[in-house]
Write a protein that binds this ligand. Structure first.
Ligand code: ZN
Length: 90
């Protein structure tokens, strides 16, 4: 993560660039250097392979499948999946 600060008048603007870091939006686990496969995107949240099975249960329980925007391909790591999402290729 890269954090830059700049002054705009009297205000300091802090810009946080997430760079290539890939975190699960549920458990915050760092997948930047992980080759674990799977995961899905649920209403703007990247759900990692660890969280996916439990989370999917509640998705089905509450009939929220329509909020699953995209899923990792069968041979796709969670990291590559998130990069693809960031490129808006879903
Ligand atoms: Zn997770």
């Amino acid at each position: 993560m890269k954090i830059t600060e700049r002054k705009v008048g009297k205000v300091t603007v802090i810009n946080i660039d997430p760079g290539d870091v890939v975190l699960c939006d549920l458990c915050n686990k760092d997948y930047t250097n992980s080759d674990e496969k799977g995961g899905f995107l649920f209403s703007g949240k990247a759900v990692c392979p660890d969280c996916a099975p439990e989370f999917m249960k509640s998705v089905k329980l509450y009939d929220e499948e329509r909020f699953i925007v995209s899923e990792a391909r069968s041979d796709e790591t969670f990291r590559d999946f998130v990069y693809r999402i960031r490129r808006r290729e879903y």
